[in-house]
Write a protein that binds this ligand. Structure first.
Ligand code: FES
Length: 178
């Protein structure tokens, strides 16, 4: 799904993943703290399948925009465990890139990623294969590099017994469908 490219500042830089690519770069921005919307149905996942640090699970969730019940939106997301122990390290992000809605990929080996800054975090990252925006799961999905104007849209979740329930998503995710 293509959308018009929005750019405030055009810098040119080279960023490569598994080879080389050259992309236009927007200044990195922090993720927002806007309102969240309830998912149509909570997504329930087993805690046991994400027990180790940097385990991941891909999931799908449906969102019904307020006042628009005829057009449910399908969101693809990823659940990550960013720490070893408690539930505080469980993070869930929408895999639809805020730039032009390509599907972001989970890259466990960050040595395969090249950033304009040259400083690559020593932990797994989320990378968009279309124009090489890179997102950091340890910074709430914030964008580290590339043309994306913001970080990944975030889900809210809760744990209960042996289950994880993903219940809400940032309302701004709806801008992907406009
Ligand atoms: S779609 Fe352009 S960086 Fe993701």
């Amino acid at each position: 799904m293509a959308r018009p490219i929005r750019r405030r500042t055009m810098l040119w830089s080279c960023l490569s993943l598994f080879g080389a690519a050259c992309s236009s770069v927007w200044g990195a921005s922090k993720v927002s703290n806007g309102p969240y919307l309830d998912l149509k149905n909570a997504v329930t996942l087993p805690l046991s399948s994400i027990a180790e640090r940097w385990h991941s699970l891909v999931f799908e969730a449906w969102l019904t925009p307020v006042g628009d019940t005829a057009t449910d939106k399908l969101l693809k997301g990823i659940l990550l465990r960013t720490n070893r122990d408690d539930s505080s390290g469980l993070k869930a992000f929408c895999l639809m890139c805020p730039h032009e809605v390509c599907e972001v990929q989970y890259q466990k080996d960050s040595s395969m990623v090249r950033l304009e800054s040259g400083t690559v975090p020593d932990h797994p990252l989320l990378v968009c294969p279309c124009h090489f925006s890179v997102f950091d799961p340890l910074q709430d999905g914030d964008v580290l590099n590339g043309p994306a104007h913001r970080g990944l849209y975030r889900f809210r979740l809760a744990t209960s017994g042996t289950k994880i329930q993903i219940t809400q998503v940032e309302e701004q995710v709806l801008t992907l469908f406009t």
